[in-house]
Design a protein around this ligand. Structure first.
Ligand code: B16
Ligand code: MG
Length: 221
């Protein structure tokens, strides 16, 4: 186990909730039904793909121009950025800072594989940026999750083989991306939301270096 590659939203901090709220406001303004179950499909996928899914649900996709869609995506992001501007180090999810410290002390590589263009801002707000050896530049990624590209880029940036990496995700699309990359997949959530994960934890508080190593080496036997 040479590196751990983290998702951001829903793993390091609960910005997944802010995405939910910001998309919920937009959907309400467009009179499109929106709930937590539907929101699961949006986790881990890009802003434009998320908007498209919402518009398809409201039968509005074909009636809007590209410019109109861009405007809506911008509205959502403005609301999302308003919500995340209040983030502080207290918003780091339980167990994450301790895990990052343990990984650094053990000289295990740490990368971020987030689909979010707001990722660097969020890491700064949480005062965690210095723990990361690499933050994958999502603007250089051609295929979003569930494609493995972003996790493979994380491993390449760290100079390690995918088979020596653990990926941690809270989204079904992310688990698929990790497994597609040939890595050990840790899901945060319920087993039904994390199909294909090698292990599933209910909350990040369960994560530690020793538990990750134990499951990783058990899997490799
Ligand atoms: P932004 P992750 C993803 O982040 C979110 O899960 C997803 O809901 C969001 O649409 C995507 O980032 C893009 O975010 O609008 O900030 O660029 O889970 O991959 O860290
Ligand atoms: Mg996520």
């Amino acid at each position: 186990m040479k590196a751990v590659i983290f998702d951001l939203d829903g793993v390091i901090t609960d910005t997944a909730e802010y995405h939910f709220q910001a998309w919920g406001s937009l959907a309400a303004a467009l009179s499109i039904p929106f709930d937590r179950e539907f929101n699961e499909q949006l986790k881990g996928i890009s802003r434009t793909e998320s908007l498209e899914k919402i518009l398809v649900r409201g039968n509005l996709s074909d009636t809007l121009s590209e410019e109109g869609k861009q405007e809506l995506a911008m509205q959502k992001n403005t609301e999302y950025q308003r919500l995340i501007s209040a983030l502080t180090p207290a918003d780091v999810l339980p167990g994450i800072k301790a895990l990052l410290k343990e990984l650094r002390e053990a000289r295990i590589g740490i990368a971020l594989a987030s689909a979010s263009k707001n990722a660097a801002f969020i890491l700064d707000r949480l005062e965690l940026a210095h723990y990361f050896d690499s933050v994958v530049d999502v603007t250089a990624i051609r295929n979003g999750k569930p494609d493995p590209e972003i996790f493979l880029a994380g491993a390449a940036n760290l100079g390690v083989q995918p088979a020596d990496c653990i990926g941690i995700e809270d989204a079904q699309a992310g688990i698929q991306a990790i497994k597609g990359a040939g890595m050990f997949a840790v899901g945060v959530g319920t087993p039904s939301q994390m199909q294909g994960a090698d292990i599933v934890v209910a909350t990040t508080a369960e994560l530690s270096l020793s538990m990750l190593e134990e499951h990783f080496y058990e899997f490799k036997k």
